[in-house]
Ligand binder design. Structure first.
Ligand code: C5P
Length: 308
């Protein structure tokens, strides 16, 4: 296949991390996954991926940035798997790529960092290789790579059902300010779901996103949103990593409108009223020495986007 871009040219994509504002889980299904009812919000913590042409069948990746040493720089990286899958399905065997990944989304942190990188690779390589893929084609490929990948392509605010990969729009007004407490450890998502199964053999009591949460988003009311946040995986994450309980309590005592473990953790997300409250809470958490790093972010933001 002829390269439509000069070899030196680069396609750069930025992809965002997510918080689950609500995560309700049913019991484990025969395929090992759990049926979810979740509301995602993409937030302003980003990974960046550059893609360049390489010889047909050649796929490589380099990783830089925060916690880069925890990310595999080989074929097991989800971004490489995404590029290979796209090449297999649409590239007619004639494409390859060299990827450069810069991380700031916490690694194994419950914010879909790996899924964001896969979403970025699908978009970057489809542009690099000038493939005839529609947004729906990419969503379908994304779902084969991981349950959160379709949302990482879409961004914004969305409801996820099925494994979390079937998306529907959610009306959301305004912008929300968050403080993230990044943990200095990792939590494996399968392990957290296994603990959830032990704690709730039949799944959560109600596989339903609280109507109050959807109403809060419609009216753009951070106080009501803070009271409606729910994560069925939180007790499992806290039981595997008890210090998360301390972090949650500290943020609430310091005035957060709401607090929850993000996805399967261990990142903890605090909703605050405004920028001023975000600064105060960040300073308070940092002075108590809680977390590897404290970061202020906002959402919703777009999903994977071309930036050059
Ligand atoms: O799809 P993904 O590879 O991101 O999921 C990682 C793991 O999280 C799965 O292997 C499964 O153990 C767990 N999971 C689940 N139910 C979901 C999503 C993820 O049990 N809906």
């Amino acid at each position: 296949m002829a390269s439509p871009l000069a070899e030196a040219e680069v396609v750069r994509v930025r992809a965002s991390g997510k918080i689950n504002l609500a995560l309700r889980s049913g019991p484990r299904r025969p395929d090992g996954y759990h049926r979810l009812a979740t509301v995602f919000q993409a937030v302003s913590v980003f990974d960046e991926l550059d893609a360049r042409w390489a010889d047909a069948g050649e796929f490589s990746i380099t990783v830089e940035g925060e916690q880069a040493e925890l990310v595999p720089a080989d074929d097991s990286n989800l971004a490489v798997k995404a590029a290979r899958l796209l090449a297999r399905e649409y590239g007619a065997g004639g494409v390859g790529c060299a990827l450069e990944l810069r991380k700031t989304i916490p690694v194994t942190g419950g914010m879909a960092g790996g899924s964001a990188d896969a979403a970025a690779a699908l978009l970057a390589c489809s542009v690099l290789w000038d493939l005839d893929t529609s947004p729906d084609d990419l969503l379908e490929l994304g779902a084969k790579l991981g349950a959160d990948v379709p949302f990482c392509l879409a961004g914004g605010t969305a409801m996820g059902t099925g494994r979390g990969d079937r998306l529907a729009p959610v009306l959301s007004r305004g912008s929300y300010q968050w403080v993230l407490a990044m943990d200095d450890g990792e939590l494996s998502t399968p392990e957290v779901f296994r603990r959830f199964d032990e704690l709730h053999p039949t799944g959560s009591a109600a596989l339903e996103v609280p109507p109050s949460l959807l109403n809060a988003l419609i009216s753009g009311d951070p106080v009501a949103l803070g009271q409606s946040l729910v994560n069925d995986l939180e007790p499992a994450a806290v039981s595997l990593r008890p210090q998360l309980g301390r972090v949650l309590r500290a943020g609430r005592e310091l005035g957060a409108l709401g607090a929850l473990v993000s996805g399967s953790g261990p990142t903890v997300a605090f909703l605050v009223a405004d920028e001023r409250a975000a600064i105060d809470l960040s300073v308070g958490l940092a002075s108590e020495g809680l977390g590897r790093a404290i970061r202020r972010v906002h959402g919703p933001v777009p999903g994977a986007r071309l930036i050059s």
